[in-house]
Ligand binder design. Sequence first.
Ligand SMILES: Nc1nc2c(ncn2[C@@H]2O[C@H](COP(=O)(O)OP(=O)(O)OP(=O)(O)O)[C@@H](O)[C@H]2O)c(=O)[nH]1
Ligand SMILES: [Mg+2]
Length: 217
Amino acid sequence: MKIKVVESVFQANDAVAGENRALADKAGVLMVNLMSAPGSGKTTLLERTLVELGPKNCAVLVGDLQTVRDAERLGVSGSQVVQINTGRGCHLSAAQVAQGLSELDLTGLSYLFIENVGNMVCPASFDLGEHKRVALLSVPEGDDKVAKYWTLFQGADVILLSKIDLLGALDFDPERVRDDLSKINTHAPLLEISAKSGQGFHNWLDWLRKEHYTPTE
Ligand SMILES: Nc1nc2c(ncn2[C@@H]2O[C@H](COP(=O)(O)OP(=O)(O)OP(=O)(O)O)[C@@H](O)[C@H]2O)c(=O)[nH]1
Ligand SMILES: [Mg+2]
């Protein structure tokens, strides 16, 4: 008896992710996927980043279940921005990113940011074709989240501890975060930043400038 096997959802996604990456490679654009819980500060981080790096150097694909609110906020910078509404979907897929990419002119861009849907679990499992993964953890979420939601942090290339301007107001021990990270991810730097006050923000910009797109052999 021949058993039919339905192709894994991950295999199909990975094939499209490969095409997205090839498109970005061809254009010489670094594709950066930002992931975190809702409200960690992804859009606020990007608002400031676009201004600092130069709006014409950057474009953004932003995922949310509903509304164009984040795209409206980011569009103020003058960067190209495309909002992707996932409806009930808890993460962006490579196919959705491919659709978003078709709306962008990549000519002359250095950075393409993808703001994933706010969720600490689902986005981490889906390759979108990005070159780098950024995981945010904000101070109000609590210092136990790396241990609890480890898959997000294990696969990250850089981890941003955001909203550090609130450190004095909340019980949050950055040492606990560092300790938890040391067990699951020793290669990604942990950068402490505030997109509100600007504290530590230059470390994030330095990281981005260092990671700018370089062709692989
Ligand atoms: N104090 C402080 N507040 C911040 C900082 N960054 C963002 N916020 C606030 O946190 C709230 C959520 O910020 P957003 O940037 O919308 O968060 P997000 O991760 O894009 O949220 P979703 O797209 O819904 O997942 C807003 O009220 C921001 O003003 C920060 O560095 N410090
Ligand atoms: Mg947002």
